[in-house]
Write a protein that binds this ligand. Structure first.
Ligand SMILES: [Zn+2]
Length: 165
């Protein structure tokens, strides 16, 4: 139940729940995963007997891999847009992993922290979270981001003091 396009791989999978899950990876990196993406009311099962109007079959048959692939293909743009917004959050073992899809890190923490939304840092980020950019190559811990952000804020406050008084 996979579909590939533009370096993205979409995988639909059945879960222990009633719904079907979706994982999106790019170049082998997981950007999104949610076990409840596709409701089983609209996805994953089909009529057995080509019922003319409403399906009256006692049991429906599961979609074939081909039917899943066709679904992922036709909904590709919507799924990418819906689930890979400006920030993609993926839970990992100690916290969350934030992918900033519109950010390109340089590898210099003091510079990179300025590229992040300053409102997000004190509100959303935990010390154990991981922050990475679109490419996912440079990773910072929430702790490192906090320190750098705080240093920048201090410097800004100091400059304001010098300028105003
Ligand atoms: Zn039917």
């Amino acid at each position: 139940m996979k579909y590939n396009k533009d370096g993205y791989e979409l995988t639909a999978y059945s879960t222990m729940y009633m719904d079907y899950g979706l994982t999106i990876t790019k170049d082998g990196r997981e950007l999104f995963s949610n076990p409840h993406c596709f409701s089983n009311e609209s996805y994953g099962s089909a009529c057995q007997a080509d019922c003319e109007y409403e399906c009256e079959c006692e049991e429906q048959r599961p979609w074939t891999d081909k039917e899943w692939t066709e679904c992922l293909e036709s909904e590709f743009n919507d799924l990418i847009e819906a689930y890979l917004g400006p920030i993609v959050t993926v839970p990992w073992e100690h916290g969350d992993r934030y992918h900033f899809m519109e950010v390109d890190f340089t590898g210099d923490l003091a510079t990179d922290v300025k590229k992040l939304d300053p409102n997000l840092i004190p509100k959303e980020l935990d010390l154990d979270d991981i922050v990475t950019d679109y490419h996912g190559r440079t990773e910072y811990t929430g702790r490192a981001i906090f320190k750098a952000w705080f240093r920048n804020e201090l410097e800004r406050a100091r400059n304001e003091e010098v300028n105003h008084g």
